[in-house]
Ligand binder design. Structure first.
Ligand code: NI
Length: 393
């Protein structure tokens, strides 16, 4: 007999809405998700799952074992909120001033909990294991990497991983799947240019760090447009340029800060060298010196072709063909789900969250952002079905 996933998801919708509101009212920032972790861990323990807390500080991992041995799939939810004041008159708005679940991570956790409830219900049909990963600090330094380092993908070894993000461009009730790159890599650039200060009327006796900085800035733009294959995607944005104090004193130093993003993890490793070459050339021409610091944050999130095809087919059976949109436009925002995908095949779904009638028109990180609670049961069912299908496949 086919498992009635959608009906089962709908049976627990009230519970899921209550949980989501509870999480929404008590947002916690990266690595401070103590109350969140406690709430999650209690539900998972009450379900009778093996639960591990304190993974990468505040992370929670639970394991559901099937009746028979088999493969293992992991479902991932991120836990952290943002330092943002919510603007809402809804009764479940944030109770913590200056903090808000404005990126839908409250929904992401609820999907994974919902899936745990449903898979527990059908545990007798389960072959293999499902691991439920609740991960801290997606918005800051990234909890995925330390969780992997603490062994979250081992014991039992995870064969595939599924995650998702509420998506403001996709209509509610639908999901969007992308093969290959779905989110960009992120990196930071910090550059100090040391010139020689002096009277603005005697520039030839000085070394002007502002002129040098602007020349570097322009060449960084030509790097994207002339030194990198136009069919690859990259963004280098200088977002801060600081130098000087007044009208007639040429400063000693300029400081530039910016972000570097690509959809290609090999290119990501090549860009810092190309940037350094520009900085080296321009500064040495003018006789200046520099200090350049490029930090890699998250890799590009690359969905596995095979697993995505499989998950998409599974989703179509549950939601109907029209509700599963084949996406082709990756986002240049970053996501630390990328670290799991570097280790195991999997996919990162976009969960439709645009609905004009419900007032769901706001972008992620907006103080008016909200999610469609009516989808909580359905998306939980989707996660559960993909997991079950993968294990029985
Ligand atoms: Ni997010």
């Amino acid at each position: 007999m086919e498992i009635p996933w959608l009906e089962s998801g709908q049976e627990i919708i009230e519970e899921l809405i209550t949980l989501r509101r509870q999480l929404h009212q008590h947002p916690e920032l990266g690595y401070e998700e103590n109350r969140t972790a406690e709430t999650i861990a209690k539900i998972l323990r009450d379900l009778g799952l093996e639960v591990q807390t304190g993974v990468a500080k505040t992370g929670v991992v639970a394991l559901l074992k099937g009746k028979e041995p088999g493969k293992t799939i992991a479902l991932r939810g991120d836990m952290d909120a943002l330092p943002l004041q919510e603007i809402s008159d809804k009764p479940y708005r944030s109770k913590t001033s200056g903090k808000m679940h404005a990126c839908g991570h409250d929904a992401h956790m609820t999907y994974v909990i919902g899936a745990a409830m449903l898979l527990k219900k059908y545990q007798s049909r389960l072959k293999g294991n499902v691991k439920f990963i609740f991960q801290p600090a997606e918005e800051t330094t990234g909890g995925a990497k330390p969780m992997i380092e603490e062994g979250v993908l081992e014991n039992p070894r995870v064969d595939a991983v599924l995650g998702g993000h509420v998506w403001p461009d996709t209509p509610t009730g639908s999901i969007e799947v992308l093969k290959g790159p779905v989110m960009a890599s992120t990196g930071q650039l910090y550059l100090e240019i040391y010139g020689k200060g002096g009277h603005a009327a005697r520039p030839h006796e000085n070394i002007d760090p502002i002129l040098i900085g602007q020349e570097i800035l322009q060449r960084l733009q030509s790097l994207s447009s002339r030194m990198i294959d136009p069919l690859e995607n990259s963004v280098i944005s200088i977002c801060s340029f600081q130098a000087g104090e007044t009208y007639n004193v040429m400063p000693e130093k300029a400081v530039l800060m910016g972000t570097i993003r690509t959809l290609n993890n090999e290119l990501r490793l090549e860009i810092p060298g190309k940037i350094e070459k520009i900085v080296e050339n321009v500064t040495s021409y003018y006789g200046a010196t520099y200090s350049l610091n490029i930090t890699h944050l998250y890799p590009a999130t690359i969905n596995d072709e095979n697993f995505t095809t499989f998950a998409s087919a599974s989703a179509k059976k549950l939601l109907g063909k029209e509700q599963v949109i084949q996406g082709n436009k990756p986002s240049m925002a970053g996501e630390d789900f990328a670290f799991y995908l570097e280790k195991v095949p999997g996919t990162f779904l976009r969960i439709g969250n645009y609905n004009q009638d419900k007032g769901l028109v706001y972008n992620l990180h907006n103080p008016h952002f909200d999610i469609d609670e009516a989808q909580l049961g359905k998306i939980s069912a989707l996660y559960a079905k993909i997991a079950m299908d993968f294990l029985t496949e």
